[in-house]
Ligand binder design. Structure first.
Ligand code: C2E
Ligand code: MG
Ligand code: MG
Ligand code: MG
Length: 277
């Protein structure tokens, strides 16, 4: 590079890219031993009845606390785990840990609640997936109907295969939800064919819901859910204004910082004893 400043910006860019790549490689390597080193933890976020504010379930959200790298967001490491295939052992661990935890709460006297577990497409389409779900339910004794698996719209790219998997889950008695609804590979034509129970309206739509121009879309999504006999959960509710609009639109369930952030397992019983609004 001929120019002085051109060369500087080249170097700056190069080292930035290098840092990002080094971090990614480090995450890939460290992730392989994260489970055995007990670095993964599940946090849980209540899903509430919007009319009463009472929790009806919890979503399990994985956290990774690395001794040197600190807390690493699932938004960063889950996509890497999906690429490397590590999502399979991680997903197995999440499913088993979440079911065991839900049973532990019941033993502590909590009313039976639904536990929602995020499942990556790669995990969902893995040949062993159904057998693994069955196995976890059998070995733990967890009720199938109290487990809801969250998958994203990207499963619609292989519609027939996905419908087949969803049907098998329905036969087992497990519930299913489409997560981040409205942001991905959406087709209303396909949606009506999916044997699912719930749609989760993405936070993106809730963020700007107080702006009147954006309300018709959210209202329509909620109505479509209701017309297809699906449970509708609004994600990422942060203000009472947002909650009020959603209730007005007959959206029955929600989750978000307004009610509770994701919390460690030991804090969940407290949220069920009326400590959240
Ligand atoms: P998601 O499944 O859509 O989860 C909702 C995300 O929104 C969570 O981020 C949650 O902490 C955050 N959230 C909830 N309410 C609010 C709010 O009011 N305001 C804001 N700003 N954020 C809110 P988190 O825990 O960082 O997880 C990010 C994503 O990582 C999840 O999105 C999910 O796609 C993925 N993920 C997390 N745990 C797992 C897992 O065990 N397995 C798989 N496959 N994916 C996971
Ligand atoms: Mg989710
Ligand atoms: Mg979501
Ligand atoms: Mg998401």
């Amino acid at each position: 590079l001929a120019k002085g400043n051109g060369r500087n910006s080249y170097c700056f860019f190069h080292s930035d890219l290098n840092d990002a790549l080094t971090r990614k490689v480090k995450i890939e390597n460290e992730l392989r031993r994260a489970i055995e080193r007990n670095q993964l933890v599940l946090y849980y976020q209540p899903i509430v009845d919007l009319k009463t504010g009472q929790p009806t379930g919890v979503e399990a959200l994985v956290r990774w606390f690395h001794p040197e790298m600190g807390s690493i967001s699932p938004a960063e490491f889950i996509p890497i785990a999906e690429e490397t295939g590590q999502i399979i052992p991680i997903g197995d661990w999440v499913l088993e840990t979440a079911c065991k935890q839900n049973l532990a709460w019941q033993k502590e006297g909590l009313p039976p609640v639904t536990i929602s577990v995020n499942v990556s497409v790669r995990q969902f389409q893995h040949t062993d997936f159904i057998a693994k779900v069955k196995n976890v339910l059998e070995t733990t004794g967890h009720k199938p109907a109290l487990l809801e698996l969250e998958i994203t719209e990207s499963i619609m790219q292989n519609v027939n295969e996905s419908i087949n998997i969803l049907k098998q889950l329905k036969d087992i008695g497990v519930k299913t939800a489409i997560d981040d609804f409205g942001t991905g590979y959406s087709s209303l034509h396909i949606l009506k064919k999916l044997p699912i129970d719930t749609i989760k309206v993405d936070k993106l739509f809730i963020d700007d819901i107080t702006d009147e121009a954006n309300q018709p879309i959210v209202k329509t999504i909620i109505d479509i859910g209701a017309n297809l006999n699906l449970r509708v959960i609004a994600e990422g509710i942060e203000t009472i204004e947002q909650a009020n609009i959603l209730t007005q639109y007959q959206c029955h369930f929600g989750q978000g910082y307004l009610y509770s952030k994701p919390v460690p397992a030991e804090m969940v019983p407290g949220t069920f004893r009326g400590q959240i609004k």
